[in-house]
Design a protein around this ligand. Sequence first.
Ligand code: APR
Ligand code: PHB
Length: 389
Amino acid sequence: MRTQVAIIGAGPAGLLLGHLLRAEGIEVTVVERATAEYVLGRIRAGVLETTLTDLLHQLCIDQRLNAEGQLHDGFNLADGERLIRIDVAALTGRNVTVYGQTEVTRDLMDAAEERGLQVFYGAADVALHDIESDAPYVTFTKDGVEHRIDARFIAGCDGFHGPSRQAMPASVARPFEKVYPFGWLGILADVPPCNHELIYANHANGFALASMRSHVRSRYYIQVPLDEKIEDWPDDRLWDELAVRLGPDAAAHITRGPAIEKSIAPLRSFVFEPMRHGSLFLAGDSAHIVPPTGAKGLNLAASDVAYLTNALVAFFRKNDNDAIAGYSDKALNRVWKSERFSWQLTTLMHRFPGQTPFDRRMQLADLDYIASSVAAQTAIAENYVGLPL
Ligand code: APR
Ligand code: PHB
């Protein structure tokens, strides 16, 4: 088979790129290792920047987003005693949309089927070949049959564990990593949220987050040690701890209910440079990971994909090689700023092992400064809504 761009991975990055390129008349084929059901089983964050919602509107993949997405004008930081509201709309003139990333993926999948975007699910042994040439190709097996896709470019949208980043030669690879000494235990429950906006809380016991998917579905998280087991956290213990960490005002409005999903995720900051080598591009989690504090993962994937679409359109329409050559620097410029924001918010809001009383006072002083300074709130708000493309 032959195509112009072979896309590896049908997560949000791969599917969004597929739709955007196809809308520009560029042929794409997507290969995904998992089944569609498996991809949809992954529960991820749920705060969308306009970086992403603008693209979904442009593609007219926005019916459910328009009906079910909640526009939020602000969010809250809590320091154990009070809520510090960051009035994102007043400070930036923009807002964010609360809509589950799983739902974004579902909408992109449904549209792929309707529009004839070709996706091979259940592709095993996906391998990249000749990425330093102008004629790279991808091989895989499906149902015991070997396939080969010849392309002009390969887009590696295969997440942190996929083969694309590994295909970059060691001589050019520059990985940067920070692993945090804790994880997030998340619970999804069909109960109304405790607050109409998100609350990120820094309590002496550790971080907690109150989030939501809708008016009747809530998503909460608490920071836990990395060796903690889900079995250690029966629902009641988790609700009790959330009530403590989120503070008395939020606690008074928590509705408890059985968990429909509960999982522990580690926190990591990771950036891989460069994001292009030869005919291979990386986009999304294959090139970078942020800790979930601030919900930048999917939004960063969206900006990568927007830059990559522009570069590929310039190449196929005008034979413009500069756009291709500039992709990595352009994407990384925004990636590092989102990494900075996610790391900073993580550092501000979590309890670190070995944290001294001085370190704790620094966090509290920082939060008190934010509470009293419009300049500090503006800096947070403009990062939260998303830096310009
Ligand atoms: N072959 C083919 N596909 C693969 C392979 C492989 N060997 N390895 C991984 N994949 C697929 C995964 O199964 C997954 O569906 O690549 C996809 C990558 O999807 P994500 O991990 O969701 O990464 P990405 O699309 O970059 O997501 C960006 O969105 O949902 C959020 O938190 C997520 O921050 C992330 C962001
Ligand atoms: C979520 O709703 O799952 C969520 C929201 C905000 C975050 C992280 C996760 O920063």
